[in-house]
Design a protein. Structure first.
Length: 107
């Protein structure tokens, strides 16, 4: 039996297709502005303009970051009058950010 066969049949391992999906979402998060946006959205809901200002980037760039994270299912938006507010849609983001902040935070 090869090592590959043993790994493929080991109980309790996440299927590779699920890990591929996880890798794509983690790649999406792997940007300083996106991590800042997630930090903020874990504390409340914000507009594109508010998020852009906090990141020090133009609104169109913040919109692109938000679009990528929405496509991965990490965020959602809701209209309130003429404004769209963003919030987290993935409950595990809090755990991911807690790990990031514990390792790299408050320097």
């Amino acid at each position: 039996m090869t090592a590959k066969t043993k790994t493929a049949k080991a109980p309790g391992l996440t299927p590779l297709d699920a890990l591929a999906e996880a890798a794509e979402c983690l790649k999406t998060l792997a940007h300083p502005h996106r991590l800042r946006i997630i930090q903020m959205l874990l504390r409340g809901r914000y507009t594109v303009g508010e998020l852009a200002e906090a990141c020090g980037i133009p609104s169109h760039m913040a919109s692109e970051h938000l679009r990528l994270m929405q496509r991965c299912g990490l965020l959602t938006s809701e209209k309130d009058g003429r404004k769209a507010y963003y919030r987290t849609a993935e409950p595990h983001l809090a755990n991911i950010m807690a790990c990031v902040e514990a390792r790299f935070g408050q320097g």
